[in-house]
Design a protein around this ligand. Structure first.
Ligand SMILES: Cc1cc2nc3c(=O)[nH]c(=O)nc-3n(C[C@H](O)[C@H](O)[C@H](O)COP(=O)(O)OP(=O)(O)OC[C@H]3O[C@@H](n4cnc5c(N)ncnc54)[C@H](O)[C@@H]3O)c2cc1C
Length: 427
């Protein structure tokens, strides 16, 4: 059977030791079969194991092979669409619950890192950087909005203050969230996988779920084995393909690209990001960057609708990096890679049940490092019969993309072009 390796990213090259995990070749029984060993699957597995469930995780490739092992590493709170949008489309009690949960994912990550001693270069502090006055106004109202839900640690940065935290002159201001921060994402996933195993969970790699036999006693089939389970959690996100056809109509895989420079040395690294915070700008198609543990700049941006792999990633992302930091013009790019996240039309997570024993969470649309950790907790709560917080997500309305499977990619690209133009014009 084909052995799918990690993509050639900086993270794979600097990963903590990666154990070889076997492919499933038997017929096994468990309480919960989790499909996908990204953060959603691993966080679910951990919360379930901590609550006495037996858990078997099936991973098509390797732990953290998907977005969880390739992302920008930015711990960004809240959701890809904010609570004011949620408030306009759901009941007040549901909005209140979702608002209260918006910063919980970053706490869960810190708890996991401390509890299981995960070595993943965790650093505190994330900056939202405004390029236009309009974006700064938006950050001011976002701060007031988050404060209404009890998230009061945010600090607005004026033009002088943002220069102290980012060595770049394209911003008019920003907002600092000290409960944000950054991590080596693959090492976080690997640490969580080790924690799953330390609690008695089993992870099979190179073991794609190829068919789900639904019913009172569901069975998940892989090419060489099967898992009989009481519950199934579908956590394959943008890499799931058409395993669960109900889920693919209302979501679309999209690619985003990341480059990593050669090590910059302490002085140059400090001149870019003196406090070692991570940064994302406020554009619709946003740029995001941070320093690695060994003082490289990790810079991501752009979206490829429909998740085609672009031919020359460096040619797409390097100009964006040089726009922010022209002083890096002679610095070499050591790594460039692409990864897929799952977009929904509302940009809010797609969560729910199929029948009474198949659960899913996917589609956090760009900002997923914190949400996926929270998702694991609310999925585990739901399986324990406490579904109030799970249902707050499950009741979010979702719609198919205009144009269906055929035209959703050009339609979404057109929409993004429109919003990018607005960002450029500052309107
Ligand atoms: C390049 C990039 C940069 C990003 N940067 C950030 C960032 O800085 N901050 C942020 O908050 N978010 C970021 N995101 C988003 C974030 O990484 C994701 O939202 C999050 O990691 C999704 O986790 P997941 O577990 O749901 O999915 P994934 O991590 O994609 O995991 C899904 C797993 O399921 C497996 N799988 C799929 N189908 C099957 C099957 N049939 N059988 C078995 N296994 C299967 C896959 O192999 C994969 O390992 C970024 C995403 C990308 C792609």
């Amino acid at each position: 059977m084909a052995n799918t390796p990690y993509p050639q990213s900086y993270y794979a090259a600097s990963a903590n030791p990666v154990p070889e995990r076997p492919a499933l070749q038997d017929d096994v029984a468990t309480d919960v079969c989790v499909i996908g060993a990204g953060y959603t699957g691993l966080s679910s597995a951990l919360f379930l194991l901590e609550n006495g469930f037996r858990v078997t995780v099936l991973e098509a490739a390797k732990v953290g092979f998907g977005a969880s092992g390739r992302n920008g590493g930015q711990i960004v709170n809240s959701y890809s669409r904010d609570i004011d949008v949620i408030e306009r489309s759901v009941a007040p009690k549901q909005a209140q619950l979702l608002g209260q949960m918006a910063f919980e994912g970053s706490r869960i990550i810190r708890e996991r890192v401390a509890q299981y001693n995960i070595q993943c270069d965790l650093k505190d502090g994330g900056v939202f950087a405004a390029i236009t006055k309009k974006q700064m106004g938006h950050l001011e109202s976002q701060k007031r909005l988050w404060e209404r839900f009890g998230h009061t640690q945010l600090e607005l940065l004026d033009e002088r203050r943002i220069r102290e935290v980012v060595g770049c002159d394209q911003y008019v201001g920003g907002m600092l969230d000290m409960s944000g921060g950054h991590i080596h994402p693959l090492n976080l996933a690997l640490g969580e996988a080790a924690a799953v195993e330390s609690l008695g969970g089993t992870i099979y790699e190179q073991s794609p779920a190829v068919r789900i036999e639904r019913g009172a006693n569901p069975v998940v089939h892989t090419p060489q084995g099967k898992v009989r389970a009481k519950f199934i959690i579908v956590a394959g996100n943008a890499y799931l393909g058409n395993l669960v056809p109900e889920l693919s109509a209302k979501s679309m895989p999209c690619g985003t690209q990341v480059i990593t420079t050669e090590p910059l040395g302490d002085a140059l690294a400090k001149s870019l990001l003196p406090q070692d915070y991570c940064v994302e700008d406020c554009n619709y198609l946003l740029d995001y960057y941070r320093l690695s543990g060994d003082k490289r700049l990790i810079f991501g941006g752009g979206v490829v609708y429909g998740a085609r792999d672009p031919a020359n990633i460096e040619a797409i992302i390097r100009p964006k990096m040089l726009k922010a930091f022209p002083q890096l013009k002679d610095v070499k790019i050591d790594y460039a890679w692409t990864g897929n996240f799952l977009l929904t039309l509302s940009r809010l997570p797609q969560v729910g049940r199929l029948g009474d024993n198949i659960y899913y969470s996917q589609g956090c649309s760009g900002h997923g490092v914190t949400y996926t950790h929270l998702a694991g907790k609310v999925l585990a709560e739901a399986l324990r019969g406490q579904a109030e917080r799970f249902d707050a997500f499950a009741d979010l309305p979702h719609y198919p993309f205009p144009g269906g499977q055929l035209l959703r990619t050009p339609f979404s690209a057109l929409g993004a072009w429109y919003y990018t133009l607005r960002d450029k014009l500052g309107v």
